[in-house]
Write a protein that binds this ligand. Structure first.
Ligand SMILES: Cc1ncc(COP(=O)(O)O)c(C=O)c1O
Length: 221
């Protein structure tokens, strides 16, 4: 039996897995796909259910399981494996070490997750998701990247320059998430702008101004 494990949305470059064509291949080879939706849950799809729901693939017969994490948009911990197969569910019950050897999560966390789910289904959050899409378009208009998601990668290359931009932005109360070697190959250091629905266009203008300033230095390296 072939199993394919994939992330729907990657946190390094903000790119999406080609889920539709991957599932076509799975059909062809009788393989099953496991999709990690850690970075799309809460943000993509109806009620923030994730990219698989957005693409209406959640019930595809070649889907083995979908994993959602509560540690990102819900700001909790833990996660869930969404799955139709009794075999997979039984396997996880018997072999998933984290569930076998850990206590169940505290009730407070469970309630927090429940509140999170209710919140994700509210009109307020739906409007926030729409606004986030607007911010992504705005960001891409002023700073071209290959990502269409809330994760916008700024490829700098030089580690020293990456650190400098990171520090400069920190000083302006803008948190960019850097990635250095060995997390990325040598000479491919990058910064990630994680857009969220409480950002303003003004904040984007500020960060892009810094990025453009350093881009000039980058071209001299
Ligand atoms: C793609 C992906 N999957 C799963 C996780 C696990 O998240 P956690 O263990 O915090 O629930 C992470 C965390 O960063 C992640 O990036």
């Amino acid at each position: 039996m072939i199993y394919v494990a994939v992330e729907s949305l990657y946190s390094l470059h903000g790119d999406e897995a080609p889920l539709v064509s991957m599932l076509k291949l799975c059909e062809q080879y009788n393989a099953f796909i496991y999709v990690d939706e850690a970075h799309s849950f809460g943000v993509r799809g109806r009620n923030g259910c994730g990219l698989m729901y957005e693409l209406n693939l959640q019930k595809h017969p070649n889907v083995c399981a979908i994993m959602v994490s509560y540690s990102k948009s819900l700001a909790c911990t833990g996660g869930a494996i969404l799955c139709n197969s009794d075999v997979v569910i039984e396997y996880l019950k018997q072999y998933a070490l984290t569930s076998l050897y850990s206590n169940f999560m505290p009730l407070a966390m469970l309630l927090s997750i429940e509140c999170g789910y209710n919140y994700l289904q509210s009109d307020v959050v739906e409007r926030r998701r729409v606004y986030l899409k607007e911010l992504i378009v705005y960001f891409k208009d002023v700073y071209a990247t290959n990502s269409f998601s809330q994760i916008q990668p700024i490829i700098v290359g030089d580690a020293r320059l990456t650190r400098l931009i990171h520090q400069k932005c920190n000083g302006l109360n803008i948190l960019l998430i850097p990635a250095y070697y060995p997390f990325v190959p040598k000479g491919q250091s990058l910064l990630r702008v994680y857009l969220h629905s409480f950002n303003t266009k003004q904040q984007i203008d500020t960060v892009v101004k810094v990025l453009h300033k350093y881009k000039k230095q980058q071209s001299k390296l």
